[in-house]
Design a protein around this ligand. Structure first.
Ligand code: GTP
Ligand code: MG
Length: 235
């Protein structure tokens, strides 16, 4: 693992990429091929989830006034950052163990207007017959100590290859726009201070998270009031 880490950059991830054979052992070469393969499976997993999300989004747009889906992003971990996580977590660098213990090679993030949309979407997605829910972490019901809020799902989707079917894990994060705004600023601050954020900023962030969830609640109340009006005035 160390030998390979010393030789790969974040850029070594294209389909034809390989590391120089003179630089590393056959084991390192083999591990590198495994990482590329797992990344490929992760990409297909993302594609499957994105198709599902796009279908729902278009269906909502065509048949209802409001789609619960605001934006969708996806990201694939680089071979290097998969390997760094393997080291950090003390995972055996085998194909099976990496698949079993690293759940976020493929990630999809969905932003919704309201917290109720977050749960509605999660329910629709996890209710689909080809999706298996591996893990749910509800940081909306139970925010992290720093204030982070989001609904995290680890789901498994089948990917149909030419010779076999592979079940691939995808980390799906679903959150409101306000939660997403907070998380992206917190992330920048965290890295800017190299994980040692000064206490006053941590306090500010925690308070900002509280304000963000108040905003979510206020917007939901406004929406409910407007929906109620529409019902009473337009029978
Ligand atoms: P890793 O954090 O990926 O090592 O795994 P974990 O098992 O702790 O998973 P968790 O569900 O807690 O977090 C997974 C992902 O959620 C992270 O990679 C981030 O994208 C996001 N996340 C979790 N906590 C925070 C946080 O405090 N701030 C921000 N900005 N993002 C977070
Ligand atoms: Mg974490």
């Amino acid at each position: 693992v160390r030998a390979l880490l010393a030789h790969i950059s974040d850029l070594d991830s294209g389909p034809g990429s390989s590391i120089s054979p003179s630089l590393t052992s056959p084991d390192a070469q083999e591990l590198f091929r495994t990482l590329l393969e797992l990344r490929m499976l992760g990409k297909f997993g993302i594609d499957e989830i994105l198709t599902k999300i796009n279908v729902l989004r278009e269906e909502f747009e065509l048949t209802r006034e409001h789609s619960p889906i605001e934006h969708v992003n996806s990201r694939l971990k680089s071979p290097r950052s998969i390997l760094e996580k393997v080291v950090r977590r003390g995972v055996t660098p085998s194909r099976e163990d990496i698949r079993q213990y690293i759940h976020d090679i493929a990630g999809v993030r969905i932003t919704c207007a309201f917290a109720t949309d977050v749960y509605q979407l999660a329910e629709i997605l996890t209710g689909q017959p080809d999706i298996r829910v591996v893990e749910v972490k509800d940081y909306i019901a139970d925010p992290k100590p720093n204030g982070y809020q989001s609904l995290h799902l680890i789901v498994e989707v089948p990917v149909f290859l030419s010779q076999r079917t592979e079940h691939t894990l995808v980390e799906v994060q679903i959150r409101t726009i306000a939660m997403d705004f907070w998380a992206s600023l917190e992330h920048k601050i965290y890295y800017k201070y190299d994980r040692e954020v000064p206490q006053h900023l941590l306090d500010e962030l925690r308070d900002a998270a509280r304000v963000a969830s108040e905003l979510d609640e206020r917007m939901a109340r406004l929406r409910d009031e407007v929906n109620g009006l529409a019902l009473t005035e337009d029978p």
